[in-house]
Write a protein that binds this ligand. Structure first.
Ligand code: ING
Length: 315
């Protein structure tokens, strides 16, 4: 019995610093409705989908950034997204800035099933950039200033919350650059990894790095992660020009073979869809990436024994 799903990406165009949460929520609801009308079972929104990418802005006092964070989820502003999704019978992935009751701050995402229940939560583990103002950079990337590293690991949920039994995983943006992200979920038999990203078109430390190279790195990481773990990957960008800072798009849905199934064409709010069969993840998991048969963990110790690279042993 095939396990088909209609998977949608809801790519967000730019969200300006001055844009209200309400206006941004309106845009997400429009895309949710559009995706549902095209038959979507699940919609993947982006990283920090409710606000501008505020880690580009420096604040000496972190308390000045508090208004970018959600202290509850759902909350009075986002409840209507949950209600609409339940009414339309669509599940979704949503990225947002989380402030916990204990006062911790995370770059967070959730999976919500078709009845509006939160299946799972993920907190971004790999925080790029820096914690202090860096005058050497052409722009700031202060995720290490405003967020703590995620403390939930890389869970995978066995759920039929999207209408068919599926092993669901999540990550966020920079996580996709680290193969460990995908492999830890691959070792939990993940079949669909959802993520959002806000990726600047420029390298703040290397002005000569082309946007084409940065877009290549995006596809490379997503396609490799999908192929090497025999899983679907769905990645939703926030893109376009936010207050003079450009981020590229190319949101995409990747097959377990690593092939691109759908890619966005604009740098605006855009919905793309693909009909997928989660059973298509099975062949890779029992052949080239049959981990139990092929992996040799006795040789992998360095991956978790050390954090940074060390010089090679001298012969
Ligand atoms: N953004 C970027 C990303 O990982 C980045 C930061 C870009 C890091 C390019 C390294 C190279 O896509 C976020 N939000 O992580």
């Amino acid at each position: 019995m095939p396990r088909t799903l209609t998977l949608a990406i809801a790519q967000s165009g730019p969200v300006q610093k001055a844009d209200s949460r309400e206006a941004t929520l309106d845009r997400l609801c429009v895309m949710l409705r559009d995706a549902a009308q095209q038959g979507a079972d699940v919609v993947v929104f982006t990283e920090l989908a409710l606000t501008t990418f505020f880690p580009r802005w420096y604040a000496e006092d972190r308390a000045e950034m508090a208004h970018w964070f959600e202290t509850a989820m759902p909350n009075p502003n986002t409840q209507r997204l949950f209600d609409l999704a339940r009414e339309l019978g669509v599940g979704f992935y949503l990225g947002y800035a989380e402030q916990t009751p204990q006062g911790q701050h995370f770059n967070t995402s959730i999976i919500v099933d078709k009845t509006g229940n939160i299946i799972g939560k993920y907190r971004k583990v790999h925080l790029p950039g820096h914690a202090d103002f860096d005058p050497e950079r052409s722009f700031q990337h202060l995720e290490k200033r405003y967020f703590e590293p995620g403390d939930l690991g890389f869970p995978v949920w066995a759920s039929d919350g999207f209408g068919v039994p599926a092993n669901l995983g999540m990550c966020i943006c920079n996580d996709r650059r680290w193969p460990e992200t995908f492999r830890v979920m691959g070792l939990q038999s993940v079949e669909l990894i959802m993520l959002g990203y806000n990726t600047p078109s420029q390298n703040s430390q290397a002005a000569d790095e082309s946007i084409e190279l940065r877009k290549f790195h995006n596809r490379l990481t997503l396609q490799a992660g999908a192929y090497q773990n025999a899983t679907f990957v769905a990645a939703a960008a926030k893109c376009g020009n936010e207050d003079g800072h450009h981020m590229f798009a190319e949101s995409c849905i990747v097959a377990p073979t690593g092939e691109l199934l759908a890619v966005t064409k604009t740098e605006e709010d855009e919905v793309i869809l693909a009909q997928i069969d989660l059973d298509d993840t099975a062949f890779g998991k029992v052949s080239v990436f049959d981990f139990a048969r092929h992996r040799r963990i006795e040789h992998y110790g360095l991956i978790t024994e050390q954090t940074g690279a060390t010089p090679p042993k001298s012969i």
